[in-house]
Design a protein. Structure first.
Length: 297
């Protein structure tokens, strides 16, 4: 999926911890860098986007140092960090010219990330899949823009071209999409997971901290499938990143997903999806111009 996203001209990203066990991460980095380099040689005029690796900067992640070092060795263009200020990731990435974008859910976290020297902020707002905040994007983007004029990526229920335009309109530079791309043919997710996203609406997303100790959004159907009641979930120990008492694990059994699932109706290829998003984006601009009687560009 990441390779196809980069070929299609958008940044493709994957969580380092998805590569299990640890040595598999190097295999993935070799595959991505080699395949994209070979594709570029064959298509010198084609614009290929950089790729990114998501790092969980949390005390429970005993692989962090290993994974960050591999990213340094393979000169990963972008590292996306979350759950704690990336003090140890930023120097490593900057040593070879890489960028670090950090997930934040509030102003306090944003300011702390900037102190760590990150190159951009990802504002994870209400409705985002997986670990997510509860703030409206209108409020959080506005607050952050009062003290920061650097790159802002916006996350939270973005799944079509009109949503991308809206993100730009309120002050973000880039849209950050996850759930929509899980439901793509190349995504490394089960067919059941992809179909569950297609079948889910916004009201089928459950916000809980049970599964990782940190609040996040998950597909209701996967919680039921695991034998739990999505309307009666306990709170978790915030020091732990798994829910081992019943053998249920995020993200293996409990599937992350955002409210943008309401906009997901099919499972296209990445190339088809990116083309569709561009058409939807340009159509949204045209509609805005027609409604207001002026050109937006």
């Amino acid at each position: 999926m990441v390779i196809e996203q980069c070929k299609a001209g958008i940044v493709g990203a994957f969580p380092a911890l998805n590569a299990r066990p640890g040595p598999v991460l190097e295999d993935w980095l070799k595959q991505i860098t080699t395949t994209l380099a070979e594709f570029q040689l064959k298509h010198p005029d084609h614009k290929i986007a950089p790729f990114a690796v998501n790092q969980i900067v949390h005390s429970s992640n005993d692989r962090l140092a290993h994974d960050v070092e591999l990213c340094r060795q393979y000169r990963v263009p972008i590292q996306i960090t979350s759950l704690r200020a990336p003090d140890e990731v930023v120097p490593s990435a900057h040593s070879y010219g890489g960028l670090v974008f950090h997930d934040v859910t509030n102003v306090q976290h944003a300011k702390r990330a900037l102190q760590a020297g990150v190159d951009g902020l990802i504002l994870v707002c209400a409705g985002a899949g997986g670990h997510a905040g509860t703030m409206s994007p209108f409020a959080l983007v506005s607050e952050v823009r009062e003290f920061y004029d650097g790159p802002i990526l916006l996350s939270g229920a973005i799944a079509n071209g009109a949503s991308i335009l809206a993100a730009q309109a309120i002050g973000a530079d880039l849209a950050y999409m996850g759930t929509r791309f899980i439901a793509s043919k190349e995504a490394n997710a089960s067919d059941e997971y992809k179909q569950a996203i297609v079948d889910s609406g916004a009201s089928d997303i459950v916000y809980t901290n049970l599964f990782t100790g940190i609040h996040g959004n998950y597909l209701r159907s996967s919680i039921i499938r695991a034998g739990l009641d999505p309307d009666d979930l306990a709170s978790a120990d915030k020091t732990k990143m798994n829910f081992g008492s019943t053998g249920v694990k995020a993200w293996r059994d409990i599937w992350g997903g955002g409210q943008s699932s309401a906009m997901v109706k099919d499972v296209p290829t990445v190339a088809e999806l990116v083309t569709r998003l561009e058409i939807e984006y340009r159509t949204a601009i045209q509609r805005l111009e027609q409604r207001n009687g002026f050109a937006t560009r």
